[in-house]
Design a binder for this molecule. Structure first.
Ligand SMILES: [Zn+2]
Length: 259
């Protein structure tokens, strides 16, 4: 599943290809968009900006219209020089924006909609997002407020995936952040101090920024994610994995050194 850093990287690439460029065509090949008329509505408008908010990507056109995308588990963005082969088949392309130099393609991202700018501020899926983990300065106070109004019996690992508490952390960085901060993701929120909760965020930001700059890390450079049954790199205890929270997302942790 794409995490905030992956979407930030995609926004940088999509923005590089689209902002201020001549748009030759906009197509929505998937039948569900059949009569929506995006090409007509967006004709002649340039892209002013491409933003990432948590895992949401927003392509902002002149004249107050924005394409909102969320990839969930299945989607991907691709940016290709014109004439280059795409990494997924054209049948899975749901949005294709062409400039003289590039094809910008969204593949199978379940949330894909055209909306007025105003709605991007009022839409609860965006308006209710917690502070962005990749903000230049992370809003510690807003994060802690959101942690403290949540169910105090909720487990920490589950809460960190809730985009209303902090936007942009997915399952991989949740596990890596708890490990780097040496905090057990199974602790209940009521048993986690403010300092401990913040230490996870501040442990996970540097590798996420590194990922935006240089690409998502290869699986072998992750410290704990995907390593169940192997020795912990810090204390050699065997790493464990188990589904957590309502969505049963697998969490990885070391019972030896994460307290
Ligand atoms: Zn350990």
């Amino acid at each position: 599943m794409p995490e905030g850093d992956t979407i930030r990287t995609a926004a940088n690439r999509v923005g590089g290809a689209l902002v201020g460029r001549e748009i030759e065509s906009i197509e929505t090949p998937h039948p569900r968009f059949g009569k929506d008329g995006w090409a007509e509505k967006l004709a002649g408008r340039k892209v002013r900006a491409v933003d990432a908010h948590g895992k949401h990507l927003l392509i902002r056109f002149e004249g107050g219209l924005t394409i909102h995308s969320h990839l969930r588990m299945t989607g991907a963005w691709g940016v290709y020089p014109r004439g280059k082969r795409w990494h997924r088949g054209p049948h899975s392309a749901w949005l294709v924006i062409r400039t003289p130099e590039h094809d910008v393609v969204q593949f199978k991202g379940p949330v894909l909609e055209l909306m007025p700018d105003g709605r991007t501020r009022s839409d609860p899926r965006i308006a209710q997002l917690g502070p962005d983990v990749l903000a230049d300065t992370f809003d510690d106070a807003a994060f802690l407020r959101r942690v403290r109004i949540d169910d105090p019996t909720r487990t920490l690992g589950d809460a960190l995936l809730d985009q209303r508490i902090v936007a942009g952390i997915g399952n991989i960085w949740k596990a890596e952040g708890c490990f780097r901060a040496a905090i057990d993701p199974w602790r209940r929120l009521r048993d986690v101090s403010d300092e401990e909760a913040l230490s996870i965020i501040h442990a996970v930001r540097p590798p996420m920024f590194e990922s935006v700059a240089n690409g998502f890390p290869k699986s072998e450079s992750l410290l704990i994610y995907g390593r169940a049954g192997t020795p912990c790199p810090r204390c050699q205890t065997k790493i464990r994995a188990r589904g957590q929270g309502d969505d049963n997302r697998t969490t990885y942790w070391c019972p030896g050194c994460q307290r």
